[in-house]
Design a protein around this ligand. Structure first.
Ligand code: CAA
Length: 382
């Protein structure tokens, strides 16, 4: 059974993240979204607060905190700015975590330290034009040539893609071996043969950076393989288990923002000589939103606690992401409905919450993939 009592430290981290988010993120979020402007300054400040490598031990450049603290902080950041949330989530969960867990001492010194302290930014390159949900089907190749591997291929939908300094790249070293023929590489963006081939323009999380990256005869030293050849797919899946906890937290942050905006609006807006909150139809919406947010939060904390205890958490992370992402979309839709015509305008923040919420049902495994992962475990097929 899960113990949901938060420690003094966890409460303090949540408070610090909330203060920062309210003061430094909330105000400019709509404008950055409109302009598709990456929050460089804010990410720098987040790094100073230790938010870019939260679960990495201090000796490796991080804040040395647990996953529960990370979940609490990411929720607060995303409540103010979901774009900043995904930038933080990818650097923490998809880049730093894997290097901390499987990186060699040299890789930790050279790459993890600056990534965890926020001096450098990381990206995770798994998806390809023809390998999204079917992640085993990697087309990017890595061919051994002496002390190097030569990478060729294209990676799609890469969060932090154009701004990242360090890329964790999955590529196939032996296609005949399927999942066991995929390897993970640490690639410096400045390596010859790496280019940002396209910057994407998106429906939501518009001030986060999503890019297509191309590798053309890119020579990567053999020391930059993570763990060993053939470990890349397992590595990606284990990494994504943690990533899904991050996206669940991001989704909850968005859902909370939608509820908070609605609570404010219903206490100000009148119809038929009554404030909106006096209508039971509105009260029921607010009650459902609150209940679902609480349930999503508890599912996410449960997954985080299991991870912190070193227990298996694949199913719990998938359940948290599946549920929280739906809650985010539902809450954003209800928030627009509560705001009526105003909810459809850019003058109010709720239309942004809907645009931001939708991606949480897609990236780091669509809701269909989460159901597949959960069903396999429920059916005891794993
Ligand atoms: N932990 C450890 N190992 C795992 C694992 C996990 N969670 N999941 C799978 N594996 C292992 C399996 O045990 C298996 O190894 P063995 O052969 O040794 O048993 C191997 O990996 C292959 O797994 P499967 O047989 O399950 O592979 P599959 O092709 O049937 O299905 C899948 C896998 C679950 C569908 C997977 O492809 C998947 O999760 N797809 C979605 C990909 C995804 O989430 N992409 C997100 C892109 S990243 C992103 O969005 C980041 C961003 O920028 C925001």
């Amino acid at each position: 059974m899960v113990d949901f009592d938060l420690t003094e430290e966890q409460l303090m981290i949540r408070g610090a993240a909330r203060d920062f988010a309210d003061k430094e993120l909330a105000t400019g979020a709509a404008q950055r979204d409109e302009r598709e402007e990456f929050p460089h300054e804010q990410i720098k400040q987040m790094a100073e607060l230790g938010f870019m490598g939260m679960m990495v031990p201090a000796e490796d450049g991080g804040a040395g905190l647990d996953t529960v603290s990370y979940v609490l902080a990411l929720e607060e950041i995303s409540r103010a700015d979901a774009s900043a949330g995904v930038i933080m989530s990818v650097n923490n969960s998809l880049v730093c975590w894997g290097l901390e867990k499987f990186g060699s001492p040299e890789q930790k010194q050279k790459y993890l330290k600056p990534l965890a302290s926020g001096k450098l930014l990381g990206a995770f390159c798994l998806s390809e034009p023809e390998a999204g949900s079917d992640a085993v089907n990697q087309r990017t190749t890595a061919v051994r040539d002496g002390d190097y591997y030569v990478l060729n291929g294209t990676k799609n939908f890469i969060t932090n893609g154009s701004n990242a300094d360090i890329l964790l790249v999955m590529a196939t070293t032996d296609r005949a071996k399927g999942a066991k023929g995929v390897s993970a590489f640490i690639v410096e963006k400045k390596f010859k043969g790496v280019s940002v081939s396209k910057k994407e323009h998106k429906l939501g999380i518009r001030s986060s950076d999503t890019a297509q990256i191309t590798f053309q005869d890119c020579r990567v030293p053999k020391e930059n393989v993570v763990k060993e050849e053939g470990f890349g797919f397992k590595f990606a899946m284990m990494t994504l288990d943690g990533g899904r906890i991050g996206i669940a937290s991001q989704a909850i942050g968005i859902a909370r923002a939608a509820l908070e905006a609605s609570l404010k609006y219903v206490k100000e807006r009148k119809a038929f000589d009554k404030l909106l909150y006096e209508f039971q139809a509105i009260q029921f919406k607010l009650a459902d939103m609150h209940t679902n947010i609480e349930a999503a939060h508890l599912l996410t904390l449960n997954a985080a606690l299991r991870k912190d205890r070193g227990e298996r958490f694949t199913k719990e992370a998938a359940m948290a992401k599946l549920f929280a992402s739906k809650v985010a979309v539902d809450c954003a839709l209800e928030a627009i409905q509560i705001h009526g015509g105003y909810g459809y305008l850019k003058d109010f923040p709720v239309e942004r919450y809907l645009r931001d919420a939708k991606i949480t049902e897609i990236y780091e495994g669509t809701s269909e993939i989460q159901r597949l992962v959960i069903a396999r475990e429920v059916l005891d097929q794993k």
